[in-house]
Design a protein around this ligand. Sequence first.
Ligand code: RIB
Length: 309
Amino acid sequence: MSHDVAVVGSLSVDFVMQVPRRPGKGETIAGFDFSTFVGGKGNNQALAAARAGSQVAMIGRVGTDSFADEIAGKLEADSIDTSYLFRDARTGTGIANIYVDEDGDNSIVIVPRANGCLSKEDIQAASAAIASAAIMLMQMEIPQPTIAAAAAIAHDAGVLVALNPAPAPPDGALAPELLCLIDILIPNQSEAELLTGIKIHDQITAAASAAALQGRGAKQVIITLGEQGALVLSGEAPVFVPSFAVTAVDTTAAGDAFCGALAARLSEGRPLVDAVYFACAAGALATTRRGAEPSLPMKESIEKLAGYR
Ligand code: RIB
């Protein structure tokens, strides 16, 4: 089966607590609501790409628990190919604990569990799904050697390689051999700062950060800047794409909505800046609903906000 988008990444269950503010060191505070959702950056981005109109294959690892069944069920409900969703009896499905404060901002702790076991051998087993896609999309909640193996297969097959370096490695280190295989690198502001050491406070510093990442091997760089939009560095001159004004209640998975919609649009052969404009609309919409999976928008809503309808 051929796919538009292959997503290689994490799948988790999110335990989400609504809190008046995020707790400090040694502090216990009372939250006022609790929900569980399917999540994980890979899972969210696969759902986002499918809802934005793509045929998607999801490549990842889950446990053999009921969380895994729930995740697979949601993917299949969005017609995503789960042939390469590997089950792992050694450990459980990945978990995320998420605090969302009254401004809609979040703090997340992940425990990778099965996501940490996605191996180069798994990637080899899924190589046909990767090689048949127009674009492969990855994040960093799986081991870096696995990411590098997938990037090499996609690159050799002429598939566009996109990496959302989220979460960025704590030491900011991305292997140069990996960066050289990346066609589109999509960090957010804090990830770009961690990767380059350049503090971003305006378009000039965002452009300098993107140029630094391009200088290290990434062919094109998109830095997402939340409600400020996104900065795109493809050729010589950076292009700034503004975002859309919405009322945000929860920013969880806004970056995932952006990346999934971007991949879907690029797989249709659209130009990069057009795809970023569409992705900004998807990211903005994702902030208007609570939770990861329920907030990922459908193509019709994205097109409406983008003014295509
Ligand atoms: O990007 C949001 C996601 O990050 C959540 O769904 C959570 O699982 C963490 O991986």
